[in-house]
Structure formats: C-alpha cells, structure tokens
Design a protein around this ligand. Structure first.
Ligand code: GLA
Length: 722
C-alpha cells in the first residue's frame, strides 16, 4: 500500500515500545521519540517548541532518520558520498512513506534530486519482542559513479537520560570483555576493520540510563547483523539527546556505486526495555529465536557434544578416535565432532587448509568407517572445516596461488600460517562446495563446525579492489548453498572461538563456539556478555580437562560442568583417560543437563551479581504479568566470601503473591556437605523430597539464603510456583 500524502507523524508500536518520527513536507523524517510505549497521538511539532539559539544557522536542523552532510546538519552524517569530488553534500527533499504493516513495518523512501540518489530506510518493529530493525539501501540514480564512504544501517535517537555505554572488547580466549564508558560531549566510536565480526569489538552495545540495574531501568541496545567490518558512533546533540549510528565500515572503494546500482546495508537490530539489562536480553533472545532457521523448522533438544580438539589436537588417528567415541558414548554424549586434523596432510597448523579430503595416512579408506562406528554408538557425526582459508603449503595453493586474497606488489601476510581464499570468485566457492558436498553426501555427517581463524588484511580481489564486504556476502552464500543441499545439517559458527558471533551469521548457523577458553572461571564472564544478546541454546559450552589448557587454572568437575550446563553442553577432553570417579561424575552431569535442557533453552534468562563474588543466572517462563512460574537458578561463587555469613540472593522475577517450591538440584551420586560449619537445616531441607515451600515475596525482597561454600562452586536450585 503506497501513501502519497504526507502524514504529519509516523509511529511504530510494539507491546512495550514506541517510535515516533515527524514528517515535515520536503525533508527527511525528524527523529522525535524511541522509548517506552506511548499512545498513538500526535505530539506538538518539534521546531515550534524550540527557539533558535544565538549564532546558529537561521533555521533549525534537528536530527533526522538520515542526517546528511553539507546542507545544514553539522553532526555525524548517516551518508558520506561524492561523485568524483563533486556532489559531496546531500539533502533529501522528497519523502515517500510506504506502509507494509500498519504501525509495524514501513519503508521510507528519501530522494535527493540534485545529487540523484534515493535512500530507502526500512523500519520494522516486532510487536512481541519489542525489537526494532532498520536497514538502508542507497540507489544511484545519476549517470556517473557515486563513491559512498559511509552509509549507516540506521540512525537511532537516544534520550537525554542516556548515561553509560556498555560495549564489548576482548581478544582470542577472552571474548565479551565488558567496557563501560560514560557518555559525554565527546564522540563515542568503536570500529572493527578485521574483516570478521571480531573478538575485539562486538558490533553492538547497550546504553543505560541513570539507575539502570539488571532488572530495572530504561536501557537501549543495538547490534549489527553482520560478520564483517563495522562502525558505531554515539554523538551528543545540542538538545542533550544523542544519536547512535551503526553500520558496515566500508574499505575505500567498497561503496563505489555505478550508475543505477544500489548499496544495501546489513540490518541493525535494536531494542529498548524498561526492565533493565535482563529485559533487553529477553527481547534480543526472542528476536533471534524467531530468526533461527532450524533443520525441520524447529529446534531439537540440544544434543550433548564431544569435540576432539583439546583432547587430541591434530592427533586424530582412527583407532584413538574410535576409542574416544566409545568413551564419549559411555558418558552420554549424543554428537561426536571430529575437529581439525582429519584432512589431507593436516598434522599441524602449518599446512593443508584447502585440501578437504581425508588424510590418507590417517583415514586410508575415508571417514565412512569412523562415522559408522560413531553412529553405531547412537551418536551423530560432525566434522570441522575452515572453508575460507588456505595454507601456502597445500595442494590447493600449489595449483591455484591466485585464489588467495592478495595485493599486487605487497607481500602475502599470513596469520596462523594461513591466507584467506577469495571465495567471491565463483570457481573458488564452487570448489569448496564440491569438496564439502562430497563428504556430506558420502556419509551421514549431520553437523559442520565452520571455523575462520584469522583476520583479513590484504583482502584484494582479483581486480585489485577491496574484498572485505564481498567476502562476507560470499560466505553467507556458501553457507546457504550447503544448507540448501543438506538441509538436515546443523552448522556451528566458530572463529578462533567467538570471533564470528552475530545475528548475520546466525541466519545460516545454529550454534556458536563461544570461546576457545574453556576455563570455567573465565567462562562465567564471557557467557554473561554473550547472554546479553544471544540465547543460551546456541552458546557452545564445554567441560574441558581439569587444568584449563588456555589459562593453566584447575577447577573441579562440578564447577566446570555447572558453568557449561546452561548452554549447549559439550565435552572437550580425552574421555578415555578419565578416572572412574570422574567419568561417573561427568555422566551424572550430562544426565542432569538432559533432564534440564528443555527448561534451560526457552523462556527468559535473568542474570545478576552480588558483591561477594556471586554471579547468578536464572532460566524460566513468565506469565502475562511478567512473573516467573518455574525457574532454574544457577549461583556461582567465584571467590571466597568476604563475610562470616553468606549474603542472601533476592530473586526479582518471582511473584510476590505466590509460593514456590524450592529444591536444590545435584547430579546423581553427589555427596553434599555435612557438619555444622558446612551446612544448616535450611539447606538440608532443600535436598529432601520436594524441598521447601517458601513465600515468593520473601524470596523476591528478603532473598534466598545461600550456602556457605568454597570458591569456584555452584549452587543449583529449582523454584516452582505452587
Ligand atoms: C580454532 C577453534 C578451535 C579448534 C581449532 C582447530 O582455534 O576455535 O576450537 O577448532 O581452531 O584448529
């Protein structure tokens, strides 16, 4: 439905939020509001309510949906472009509004007839998740090329109460490192030019307002659904509000638009909540869950993995691997993933990427026998690939040295001894498709761990142009092609751990490898950041060996398992050499996961901390009033207590008008502490029969008593409304 008239306002509403744009004739829409739900009534017009300040332009130029450079807007522009040094300033003087779904989904088409460009901003608000999605397309209507340097996927308005921005920094083995910056009149900007989502700079952030806590207060979040270069800025405006722009960072030349061509941005996925950080997380989780494209249309219970990497590294000889599979099946593993080391010539990380057929010395008859062994044990088989990469020491490179991204006259820059394939070339992606397809067709391989272990540097295409953007689109196309040919196969996105975790790659994949760091203490923090945007059922979480390979710290089986439990559980150790006691304990934890995974992997996730080294998270459903009915609570003690008596834990999701049956959960065979210094009648009662019935109001406000416990231990409790 096309409306040629100009309504004065454009409003989108979801269950709990609203967005209002003002539509003055002959201009881009003016940003008026994004926040908690308001009624659909026209506000006063903006310019009529703010007198002009001194020594300013003689007209008022507020923030628009598409602020552009050079014709009155003096802040950050959503578009920076020129035509061979001309046409550097743009102004949208025509605005057409095309509703797709009234009050929910709209295309705003903005035209600059002078520069001859058309910008379409698509906005859509999901009623139930409160998620706002924006994406932009810029069409070159002129007769010469337009060089676009920056095109925001969307420009958002943040209110004057915005106070802090929580973004995520990090590195390999330490993803989702929280960084909190105070917003001020200085520009806040984060960029990544690594050619992938990156460990260092997650493409998204959360903006809090004064008084925001985990469960209360107005909070805003935005995330770019994109696995390449990105940029976001938050800029203070002269009316004390802020604008937030997020988009793809374009390398020079990547935005060069021939006459008639269109540049499409990735999606900007944003939301706001009055329920603090946990409310915002619930919105993002709901949105991603609606987008995930599961084989068969629906998520199956997440099968317990065994991944061979930290147990065997490259040493994947079939006899050993079969023994490992047998040991894995004995503890309850359901999917066996053969990681790196299985393909032609791959005995270390210096060679073989690109040669995707079984190594003749390890698997002379191919993988069929191993896959059959794994299947006979009742497990699915999964296989590791790193399709986008090539080692100079590989048959593929010797045959096609020109297939690597490179720049004429520049040295090849390796990382982990590897180069990046130019998969935007059809013959390269055809080669990869054929190799992967051959393996998937020859035996029942139901799972791919798809890795990407380096940043992009000299990413020159065959014609010498920058290929960062083309690479991401080509990767998405290859994912899609493999999924279309093998719709039963699930895919895990890995990139040296969590270097490619975003809503873009999750259009094609079903799990992410959260981090190469499996140290349970490190994982407590990494997973907390992850869960701000992504739901737990896609969070690869493994029980590693007692001594963590990446940090050298040692943790008990119980703590390692309890930290991995709420995610998509896996095991990554040599299960053949576990002591009988360790194997029995691991098996009991795996059984507990199977009993709980249905509870863990839908509904809300609440997270919080108590300033005594306590980190907690709860998984449960809420009723129409937002009150939790059935909650699984995991409390991690990360440090020794500073108190003689443990602090209590208030549970803000509980219904003050209800009672809850409270029961401690432990894996079968666990011996609980005894003795006056270690336990108390209250905790003993939590373990007997159905546990205790306690008042919701008491638990919510006075709090649940916590046991006296050593550092690096977990306390797991089920609360069921009675
Ligand atoms: C990356 C991954 C690991 C493992 C190795 C194999 O580092 O994150 O899990 O697959 O590659 O080389």
């Amino acid at each position: 439905m096309t409306q040629k008239i100009f309504p004065e306002y454009l409003s989108l509403h979801s269950q709990n939020t609203s967005l209002v744009l003002e539509l003055p004739a002959g201009e881009a829409p003016i940003w008026r509001y994004w926040g908690p739900r308001i009624r659909d009534e026209a506000p006063h017009d903006l310019r009529g309510s703010r007198p002009l300040p001194s020594f300013m332009l003689d007209f008022d130029q507020p923030l628009t949906l598409a602020p552009s450079f050079g014709v009155g807007w003096l802040g950050q522009s959503a578009l920076l472009a020129h035509r061979n040094g001309q046409a550097f300033a743009q102004a949208f003087t025509q605005c057409d509004v095309h509703w797709e779904v009234p009050a929910q989904s709209v295309r705003v088409v903005l035209t600059d007839p002078v520069v001859a460009i058309e910008l379409t901003v698509h906005l859509s608000m999901d009623h139930s998740s409160d998620v706002l999605t924006l994406k932009s397309s810029l069409r070159n209507l002129g007769e010469t090329a337009l060089d676009v340097q920056w095109l925001a996927a969307g420009t958002l308005l943040l209110p004057a109460q915005a106070q802090n921005v929580r973004s995520y920094a990090g590195q390999h083995n330490h993803e989702f490192l929280l960084q909190t910056d105070k917003l001020s009149r200085s520009l806040w900007r984060r960029e990544s030019r690594r050619g992938r989502t990156s460990h260092d700079c997650f493409p998204g952030a959360v903006v809090t307002t004064e008084g925001t806590t985990e469960s209360m207060g107005l909070v805003y979040g935005a995330h770019l659904a994109w696995s390449g270069n990105h940029q976001q800025t938050i800029e203070w405006l002269h009316d004390a509000q802020y604008q937030w722009q997020v988009g793809e960072w374009l390398a020079p030349g990547e935005g060069l638009l021939a006459a008639g061509a269109t540049l499409h941005t990735p999606e900007l996925v944003a939301s706001c909540s009055s329920q603090g950080l946990n409310g915002l997380a619930a919105n993002f989780h709901a949105e991603l869950r609606a987008r995930l494209n599961w084989p068969g249309g629906q998520m199956r219970p997440r099968p317990v993995h065994l991944n061979t990497w930290e147990g065997f590294y490259f040493d994947v000889y079939p006899d050993k691997v079969k023994e490992l599979a047998t040991a894995a099946a004995a503890v309850g593993v359901e999917r066996f993933v053969l990681d790196d080391g299985w393909f032609h010539g791959r005995h270390h990380d210096r060679a073989a990427l690109g040669d995707w057929w079984p190594d003749e010395s390890k698997f002379p008859q191919g993988l069929g026998d191993l896959v059959a062994h794994v299947n006979a044990l009742g497990m699915e088989f999964g296989l590791w690939f790193e399709p986008e990469m090539i080692n100079p020491d590989s048959d593929l490179y010797r045959a096609h040295p020109d297939w690597a991204l490179q720049l004429a006259g520049r040295p090849l820059i390796t990382a982990r001894n590897q180069l990046v394939l130019d998969i935007a070339r059809p013959e390269v992606s055809d080669y990869l498709f054929e190799k992967i397809d051959a393996l998937l067709s020859a035996q029942p391989i139901r799972y791919i761990k798809w890795d990407h272990n380096r940043d992009l540097t000299t990413a020159g295409l065959h014609d010498g142009a920058a290929g960062y953007r083309a690479q991401v689109h080509a990767a998405y196309a290859l994912f899609a092609r493999i999924r279309a040919a093998h719709p039963e196969v699930e895919i895990e996105s890995c990139s040296g751990g969590g270097g490619r975790i975003d809503f873009g790659v999750l259009r094609h994949t079903h799990r992410v490898w959260t981090s190469d760091c499996i140290d349970a203490m490190s994982r407590v923090g990494i997973q907390r950041g992850f869960l701000q945007f992504f739901p737990p059922e896609i969070m690869g979480a493994h029980v590693g060996s007692a001594r963590a390979h990446t940090t050298g710290r040692t943790q008990s089986m119980a703590f390692r398992a309890a930290v991995a439990l709420p995610g998509h559980l896996g095991v990554e150790l040599d299960a053949r050499i576990l002591s009988d006691a360790d194997a029995a304990e691991l098996k009991a934890w795996i059984q507990m996961y199977k009993d709980l995974r249905d509870r863990l992997h839908h509904g809300h996730v609440w997270q919080g901390t108590i300033d005594d080294g306590i980190v907690w998270q709860a998984h449960g459903d809420v009723d129409a009033a937002g009150m939790a009915s059935d909650v699984l609570l995991l409390v991690y003690r990360t440090q020794p207590t500073h108190h003689r008596y443990s602090p209590r834990l208030p549970l803000p999701m509980l219904d003050t008008q209800a009672h809850y049956r409270v029961r401690q959960l432990v894996p079968a065979g666990t011996v609980l502490p005894t003795g006056a210094h270690n336990t108390a009648p209250f905790f003993d009662a939590l373990n007997v029969g159905d546990g205790m019935t306690l008042d919701g109001g008491w638990l919510r406000h006075a709090g649940l008593p916590l046991p006296r416990a050593q550092a690096e231990t977990a306390f797991i409790v089920q609360l069921t409304r009675v």
